[in-house]
Design a protein. Structure first.
Length: 233
């Protein structure tokens, strides 16, 4: 398994020493090199110094993710953002998804805001032992055998809800998001799609070749929404 996946954690305490120009350039270079889940969906990522809203973590820097509104847009942002989360963890920086936060400065992008991510130099231990992860057992989130499912299991999710399910068969992994009742609201459904993209990113980062598509003959999973299938190239 990708070693960073085995030890990453969400960082909520930061050293407010400013990143130097070289470090910021490294972040910008990584932003430019991430691979989207859906290449045709337009998105933007902006670095800002302020964010606001419920449960906002105080940090020296934030990534502001924006995207056009299209089918798969939220999964796409989750997939892209988690590549950056893993990059931060592997480069000595901390980061944390902020589902309820909004930009604290005027946005440059004309695209709708989706989500924020705090990042910076950590003021707490950057990594953890795999025994410290609080995750559902594989038997609760999947059926079938595929080594990459352990990486998906360790993915972060909003309120640690882990509302995903996977069916592994014939070298493929069918990905599902658990349905929420209407009372849960649009926000939680949005976060569920972002979380799905995050877990698919872990699958992609843990394997070699990677391809993702929606299949017309994917198995039906009661109580779940089919999101797409990881296919070995």
């Amino acid at each position: 398994m990708n070693e960073i996946i085995r030890k990453r954690k969400s960082i909520r305490q930061y050293d407010f020493t400013a990143l130097d120009d070289v470090e910021i350039d490294e972040v910008r270079a990584k932003i430019s090199s991430v691979k989207p889940l859906y290449p045709n969906i337009r998105y933007s990522i902006e670095i800002q110094n302020k964010a606001k809203g419920l449960f906002t973590v105080k940090a020296p820097n934030y990534l502001i993710f924006c995207s056009e509104e299209d089918q798969g847009a939220y999964e796409n942002i989750g997939f892209i953002g988690q590549q950056l989360d893993l990059f931060f963890s592997g480069s000595g920086f901390g980061s944390c998804w902020l589902g309820m936060a909004k930009p604290g400065e005027k946005e440059v992008s004309a695209l709708p805001h989706v989500i924020c991510m705090a990042f910076g130099k950590p003021a707490e231990p950057l990594h953890r032992d795999i025994s410290e992860f609080k995750r559902k057992p594989l038997s609760d989130i999947c059926v079938g055998d595929d080594a990459r499912l352990e990486a998906a299991r360790l993915a972060p999710s909003g309120m640690n809800s882990q509302n995903w399910y996977f069916i592994a068969e014939n070298g493929m992994i069918h990905c599902y998001r658990k349905k929420l009742n209407p009372v849960s609201g649009i926000m939680l459904n949005k976060m569920g799609c972002i979380d799905m993209g995050i877990s698919i990113c872990h699958i992609a980062e843990d394997g070699g070749s990677f391809s993702f598509e929606k299949k017309t003959d994917a198995p039906v999973r009661k109580g779940c929404v089919y999101m797409g299938t990881v296919i070995n190239c």
